[in-house]
Design a protein around this ligand. Structure first.
Ligand code: 5GP
Length: 192
């Protein structure tokens, strides 16, 4: 077992330990790359010459956004918004706090980039905030979707989805566990 910056790597099973919890490999970087190429093709086709505005939900979507944007082959612009994350509890915040917007999106075709949609509260709050500035359209691309975790009264469905997953806790590829694990190139799942 080797130690690297607060996380241990078990070279036999490829499991990683983050803040005392064990995670096992779940979605490889190759599978992620394949889905991102597909999403990039779909968005390129749907938004050709519409100059879409990508809104990245910080911080978890940073790596997803960096790769997806490079798979999009039509002019576009980029902004960021910040929303609260899980923290150490692995449970969603009741009312996600969305920071005030520092950009104008009136008349724009917006695509929100979200790492994972869980209860749907974060993406719903961000969508409401964006709709207040009179955009032409608001859609969302999520790398991961947990439809089984949605609030009963929230029927939100992202327009573009990389992977549908069960209601498990995952880290890596931008997703954190108490701010650790974002740098992992693959996605890992909490070992039960
Ligand atoms: P929601 O508001 O949909 O319940 O949660 C969305 C946010 O919670 C995501 O942007 C992400 O920050 C966090 N989140 C939800 N599920 C997971 C998960 O399985 N792993 C991690 N690391 N974060 C998650």
């Amino acid at each position: 077992m080797e130690r690297a910056g607060g996380r241990q790597l078990n070279s036999e099973s490829q499991r990683v330990e983050i803040n005392g919890k064990l995670f096992r490999p779940f979605i490889s970087r190759d599978r992620i790359a394949t889905e991102i190429a597909r999403l990039g093709d779909e968005i390129t086709r749907d938004y050709n010459q519409k100059n879409p505005l990508f809104v990245v939900v910080l911080k978890g979507s940073l790596i997803f956004a960096a790769d997806l944007l490079r798979a999009v082959r039509t002019p576009c612009t980029l902004e960021c918004m910040r929303a609260q994350s899980y923290g150490a509890a692995m449970t969603s915040q009741r009312t996600p706090e969305v920071e005030a917007m520092e950009f104008d999106c009136s008349g724009r075709d917006i695509i929100i980039l979200e790492d994972i949609v869980d209860t749907g509260r974060t993406i719903s709050a961000i969508t409401r905030r964006l709709q207040a500035c009179s955009p032409n359209s608001v859609r969302a691309a999520a790398l991961l979707d947990k439809p089984g975790a949605r609030d009963p009264h929230n029927a939100y469905r992202p327009d573009y989805v990389g992977f549908e997953v069960e209601n498990d806790f995952v880290v890596g590829y931008g997703l954190d566990f108490d701010e650790q694990g974002r740098q992992l190139a693959d996605i890992y799942i909490l070992e039960t």
